[in-house]
Design a protein around this ligand. Sequence first.
Ligand code: G6P
Ligand code: MG
Length: 220
Amino acid sequence: MIKACIFDLDGVIVDTAVYHYQAWKRLANELGFDFTEHQNEQLKGVSRVRSLELILGWGNVTKTTAEQTELATRKNKWYVEMINRMQPSEILPGAKEFLQVARAAGLKTALGSASKNSATILERVGLLPLFNAIVDGNHVTASKPDPEVFLKGAEALGLNPVECVVFEDAIAGVQAAKAGGMKVVGIGSPDVLTAADLVIPGLHEMTLEKLQALNSVQKY
Ligand code: G6P
Ligand code: MG
């Protein structure tokens, strides 16, 4: 029986991808190169450190570990400046409503995000009270597609992974949920999120009926 929903943050609850993109682009430009919006897709769901490695690779730039730390810190400073100005209007359509419906139905809710800035974002947009547990980049050592973040989410809720449904927009996130033995609802395109048990364009299309119907879906 499904007892909880675990949500990714970026691209599921809020669209912060645009801020990540602006900050990474600014950093790349300062280093003398650029990257495309298409390349940016590969950064979704990927940790800050790994994102920087990918970007430096695209620019054929080599940096020491200490330099990489400084660059990631610089990017994060710009990113935090932007998310500190976020408004509740930046919550993706249907996200708040589905959180409320789920909780009213007695389901538990958790966040399972790679971001180390999740608490700031949820607080800014006023969604913090709608989560029973927050597990994010500050609490895990392994990045998606490793299931650690979602397993810790289930644990924080006192539930078994099979009792939790994950909501994810990134391929790595869908893989992580599957590796953790959870059902997963993909947010985006079925052509991209092929391993998800169900794919919807956004949480505005989610209902409790669709959630409970996942119990009878068998997809591996
Ligand atoms: C999410 C985003 C990624 C981001 C990562 C780390 O997974 O989709 O684009 O790199 O979080 O975010 P942070 O806020 O810790 O830099
Ligand atoms: Mg995401």
